[in-house]
Design a protein around this ligand. Structure first.
Ligand code: 11C
Length: 341
């Protein structure tokens, strides 16, 4: 079967990667419809040698569309996905709009692919920093159980959009030329206070909740429990923006429920789908954001037994936030739907 597919947010950083993956992976397409806000409508995008014109996304854009991939912000998904569902379209939503909705499956194929079939029209794609962590922890969860996760992230500026990349590069030049760095967008575009990202680390991604955690940290905490299907896992997170362009890195401490053999842990990770074990301290080999950029896999290294708790592990998890963290996870879900139909 061939599918009519729409990409909503076709001109954005994630939309661009989705289109590239649909092309490279030869997704069984009948037609590809590219949609965006009115501002970007009219742009031309080359797909399989044909120039496609981006159209404005409206409630009536989804007639005849089998699968729509949304990555144009939560407000657009909230406004348009219900119309798409009404038109019979299966929506794969990259935004946070429906992630915690109990009716909506939140899917990382390596972890809970079976949930895809429970959808009622919308399947949510988790937050990038959550996806890579649960993909790496799933084989350990299945074998030993997990009681507690403590994660600190080192997140790339591309997670905050193309303008944040430009801001980081511009500020780096300003500092190197001895000028004052001018913060404009980060840490949060809609908040009044801005901080320098060049040569810095900002311990704030998204707005703060009253409990002292940021929204990014709350996403990691709540989404992890939902994807793993286990509310008993204690998760705490500290999310930090660093001046890296592509690839989120994470330092993860994880307490397992039973004793483990470290070599078995490494073998489980090496054998896990979508995971590459890159762990050879003798040769100074460990995952790096610069190596993970552009790749579909999640890279795991620095795997070691904790010195204080023999049932706990420390590890370093890195993946391309725009690919496994967004576009690739969404296209993977679309591929599963295509195979099932
Ligand atoms: C960041 N994780 O790095 C965010 C971007 O909920 O899909 C993705 C936001 C989301 O800033």
């Amino acid at each position: 079967k061939l599918f009519n597919v729409a990409v909503v947010g076709a001109t954005g950083a994630v939309g661009e990667q989705i289109i590239r993956l649909l092309d490279e992976r030869n997704f069984p397409l009948k037609e590809l419809k590219l949609l965006s806000s009115a501002r970007s409508a009219g742009s031309k995008i080359l797909f399989k040698g044909r120039e496609l014109t981006v159209e404005e996304a409206t409630p009536s854009s989804f007639e005849g569309i089998d699968i729509a991939l949304f990555s144009a912000g939560g407000d657009v998904s909230k406004a348009l996905a219900p119309h798409a569902v009404q038109a019979g379209t299966i929506c794969i939503d990259n935004t946070s709009a429906y992630r915690m909705d109990p009716e909506t499956p939140l899917v990382v194929p390596e972890v809970n692919v079976d949930k895809i079939n429970e959808h009622k029209g919308i399947i949510a794609n988790p937050n990038c920093s959550t996806i890579q962590m649960v993909a790496a922890l799933k084989p350990l969860y299945d074998r030993f159980g997990i009681s507690r996760i403590i994660v600190s992230t080192y997140q790339a500026v591309s997670g905050a959009g193309a303008k944040a990349i430009q801001e980081m590069l511009r500020q780096s030049k300003e500092v190197l030329e001895g000028r004052e760095a001018n913060p404009d967008i980060l840490p949060v575009g809609s908040l009044p206070v801005k901080h320098q990202i060049a040569f810095n680390a900002i311990p704030q991604i998204d707005k703060f909740h009253e409990n002292g955690f940021t929204n990014e940290e709350m996403k990691m905490i709540l989404e992890t429990k939902k994807i793993m299907g286990d509310d008993s896992i204690d998760v705490t997170a500290t999310c930090v923006r660093i001046p890296v362009v592509y690839g989120h890195s994470e330092s993860v401490y994880v307490e397992l429920k039973s004793d483990f053999d470290l070599e078995e842990v490494k073998q489980l990770l090496a054998d896990a789908p979508g995971i590459v074990l890159c762990d050879n301290p003798q040769e100074q080999q460990y995952p790096l954001a610069t190596d993970a950029a552009g790749k579909l896999e999640t890279f795991v290294g620095r795997v070691r037994r904790d010195l204080g708790n023999p049932r706990a592990l420390n590890m370093w998890i890195v993946s391309d936030n725009l690919l496994k963290g967004a576009a690739w996870n969404a296209v993977q879900i679309a591929e599963y739907i295509a195979i099932e139909q």
